[in-house]
Design a binder for this molecule. Structure first.
Ligand code: PEP
Ligand code: MN
Length: 339
């Protein structure tokens, strides 16, 4: 942390800041310029709130240098993590991994049709919600445990892995044998009790960015899982709330290279929730891969017009097939390959 004093700050004001920093255990390095003094404070506690110093008299600004997260930071593993989710499917390596399927599992026939079509187009993972976090309590809430069985069976028939959302720690044990990746939804990114419970597992977790979460908050949520010992965390940019109303959310594609710089964890993009509109999904999926995403999470439904959730943002199978063809051309341009 660096404390920049105002021009003309008095010696008494400067000394007060130094005393407070020392009291808190910081090692203080003072640089006295012609008109301004800068204090370098070494040994910042990760949970330290720099605002305390911003309020002291004579202080112009406080700049935090060390990251508040450690295990999730790039400094912890400079080479980048590769997360193996099973059957040789790895996030964070040279391959771009695509997970696709409906928003929700609705019936045996629906999930079978989705699994068959996304597998034929080259997806490696079948997605499908069993427990749905819907804005309205009157909307379809998911088929629960039964959905997980259908998902698993359909995935196994088509040599796919399974990803599904966990909404509560009480669901974890039941879900473990059914899924290969546990998804934490945007609404639960800051459910710290759930994150801690996931930290006790070794099962890979796909952690979605909250709709009003900063990148730093996303990485701090990843830190919760990692602090428990589970380093198998895949991040997901799924769009954030902004003032823009043309799309359901604003897919923050810049978050991809930013996360890549700050963290060693893989990051995927979800252009379905990121735009909320079927016609915008393919362009944003292409852009995400070009920006360095390690994978994609895409909603695909064989009859999206009758889907029980998120039909408007679900691709028709032929659109998904076309997108996969395009991604196979784009990925090599940025040194990747679609798995
Ligand atoms: C989903 O993947 O269907 C979902 C509910 O996503 P999010 O948590 O990003 O809204
Ligand atoms: Mn959805």
């Amino acid at each position: 942390m660096v404390v920049v004093m105002q021009e003309g700050a008095s010696d008494i004001q400067i000394q007060k800041v130094i005393d407070r920093l020392t009291e808190l255990g910081f090692d203080v390095h003072r640089s006295t310029g012609a008109s301004q003094t800068v204090l370098g404070a070494v040994g910042v506690r990760p949970d330290y709130d720099p605002r305390e110093f911003e309020l002291l008299e004579g202080v112009r600004e406080v700049v935090r240098i060390t990251q508040p997260y450690k295990l999730a930071s790039r400094a912890f593993r400079s080479e980048g993590s590769i997360i193996d989710v099973g059957r040789g499917v790895k996030f964070g390596g040279s391959e771009v991994i695509v997970a696709a399927g409906p928003c929700s599992v609705e019936s045996p026939a629906q999930i079978e049709a989705a699994a068959a079509s996304v597998a034929a187009s080259g997806a490696k993972i079948l997605r499908g919600g069993a427990f749905k976090p819907r804005s309205s309590p009157y909307s379809f809430q998911g088929m629960g445990e039964k959905a997980l069985m259908l998902l698993r069976e359909a995935a196994d028939r088509h040599n796919l892995l399974v990803i599904s959302e966990v909404m509560d720690a009480s669901q974890i044990q039941m879900m473990l044998p059914m899924v290969d990746v546990l998804q934490v939804g945007a609404r639960n990114m800051q459910n710290y009790y759930l994150l801690r419970a996931l930290g006790e597992l070794s099962k890979p977790v796909l952690l979605k960015r909250g709709m009003s979460a900063t990148i730093e908050e996303l990485l701090l949520s990843a830190e919760y899982i990692m602090a428990g010992g589970n380093y198998n965390v895949i991040l997901c940019e799924r769009g954030i709330r902004t003032f823009e109303t043309s799309t359901r959310n604003t897919l923050d594609i810049a978050a991809i290279p930013i996360v890549k710089k700050l963290s060693h964890l893989p990051i995927v993009a979800d252009p379905s929730h990121g735009t909320g509109r079927r016609d915008k999904v393919a362009p944003m999926a292409r852009a995400s891969v070009a920006a360095g995403a390690d994978g994609l999470l895409i909603e695909v439904h064989n009859d999206p017009e009758h889907a029980l959730s998120d039909g408007a943002q679900s691709l028709f199978p032929n659109q998904f097939a076309q997108l996969m063809t395009e991604l196979r051309i784009i990925a090599p341009a940025v040194g990747r390959r679609v798995a």
